[in-house]
Design a binder for this molecule. Structure first.
Ligand SMILES: CSCC[C@H](NC=O)C(=O)O
Ligand SMILES: [Zn+2]
Ligand SMILES: [Zn+2]
Length: 421
């Protein structure tokens, strides 16, 4: 029987309280409190006996790196990554305040970040705490990183970390990063992310009186593009609805803003047709799609110059690794890390779902860009997918099971010996 949450729960020192403490630090954008999060995690690392260093690749954007030294530091290390930041929350839409980390009588812990991804960040630490208590000593060195700014692209966080001398010095052979919750019994695993493009299309055209019918207005030009893009969106979605591809295996094109009109003190001028109109789209490309074909489609169909359109493609991160290969981690027996990972899951009675492409995007892409194999994984079974949603929560028993899963993963991976890896 769970007790009602009490304000003094933060004083307790058990895995759930420590998770709640981390969740209560407001690291939501646009003003994430990174300093408090890093200071809390450093104190946890110290109580476990891990080495800690804070790196700062951009001012006020600290990155915490913890290290559990292995007995054979010549072997490539293993990295467990998570991000410090969260997306914002609208408190009025939540049943419990988003930074209260309230635990309800049925064990659900409500907080922004409970699934994305403060759970894994703390579970890594709890697993290491548990292993050290059992006197396990890793052969490979284990690193745990807490990076800023994942939710806004990772450009000042993981991207700079991956490009740094410090990172090169870690000699990372394999990494784990966040995944997504699984509503069923099987753990979901992700071998790739989709790459985000933010695309802005702008139409120009003839201005004129609101009563006139004429060709080539900016609005007409923009709306024609929006129709064409909507049709493409539908065609991709149809493939998913027909069961021929997963959501994350097609190109998603979603309009996110429309901007046009001539402002007036009371809203917009209603009897003038504007000379400029703009729309913004969130586009996601699976690694299996040729980006040049999408570029061509944008240039020729979605924003053609002959319809007085211009466009900007903001590519948010890399699409290929340093050898020009799509950013995918092999999940077959040719990748020994994958086999060892599978073993570790089976050892705690876990079932793995068929590996998937993540519909969204994580910092894993910056590591895969370096050729490092990365698996996206957040051990949450029987859990609704609530990342970025209202009332994000994680059940206490699911959280605790995840610690056990990581104990198995960390001990198995860190004791894996193979001459060529
Ligand atoms: C521009 S990169 C954005 C990264 C972000 N990550 C998680 O939600 C996402 O939108 O997928
Ligand atoms: Zn995340
Ligand atoms: Zn997120």
């Amino acid at each position: 029987q769970q007790k009602q949450p009490q304000p003094h729960e933060a004083e307790h020192d058990d895995p759930i309280s420590r998770f709640q403490n981390y969740l209560r630090i407001n690291t939501a954008h646009p003003t994430p409190d990174y300093a408090s999060a890093v200071s809390y995690l450093r104190s946890q690392a110290q109580s476990i006996g891990l080495e800690a260093q804070t790196l700062e690749f951009s001012p006020n954007k600290p990155l915490l790196l913890l290290t559990w030294r292995g007995s054979d530091p010549s072997l490539p290390s293993i990295l467990f990554n998570s991000h410090l930041d969260s997306v914002p929350a609208e408190p009025s839409k939540w049943a419990h305040p988003p930074f209260s980390a309230v635990r309800t009588p049925d064990g659900n812990i409500f907080a922004r970040g409970a699934q994305d991804d403060k759970c894994v960040g703390m579970q890594y630490l709890e697993a290491i705490r548990g292993l050290r208590a059992k006197n396990v000593r890793p052969i490979r060195t284990v690193h745990v990183s807490y990076v800023p700014d994942e939710e806004i692209g990772g450009f000042e966080g993981a991207a700079k970390f991956a490009a740094s001398e410090e990172f090169r010095g870690l000699n990372v052979g394999f990494a784990l990063d966040e995944g997504q919750a699984s509503p069923g019994e099987e753990f979901r695993v992700f071998y790739a992310d989709r790459s985000p493009w933010h695309v802005v299309i702008t139409a120009r055209g003839t201005p004129g009186h609101g009563s006139r019918l004429y060709d080539n207005s900016a609005m007409e030009n923009l709306m024609r593009s929006v129709e064409i893009m909507s049709r493409f969106r539908e065609s991709q979605f149809d493939v998913v609805k027909a069961g021929r591809a997963a959501n994350s295996e097609v190109v998603s094109v979603n309009p996110v803003y429309l901007k046009a009109g001539i402002p007036s003190p009371t809203g917009f001028v209603m009897n003038m047709q504007p000379s400029e109109a703009e729309a913004g789209f969130d586009i996601r490309l699976p690694p299996t799609v040729d980006p040049d074909l999408v570029r061509k489609r944008i240039a020729e169909e979605w924003a053609p110059a002959w319809r007085n359109m211009t466009y900007k493609i903001h590519e948010k991160g890399p699409l290929r690794d340093y050898l020009g290969r799509p950013l995918m981690t092999l999940t077959d027996d040719s990748n020994p890390w994958w086999s060892v990972f599978k073993e570790a899951i089976a050892a705690v009675g876990g079932k793995l779902a068929k590996p998937e492409i993540l519909p969204s995007t994580t910092d894993a892409r910056y590591l895969r860009q370096l050729g490092i194999p990365v698996i996206g994984f957040s051990p949450m079974t029987n859990t609704p997918i609530l990342l970025h949603d209202h009332n994000e929560f994680l059940k206490d028993t699911v959280y605790l099971k995840g610690i056990e899963v990581y104990e198995s993963i960390i001990s198995t991976l860190s004791s894996f010996q193979d001459a060529s890896h």
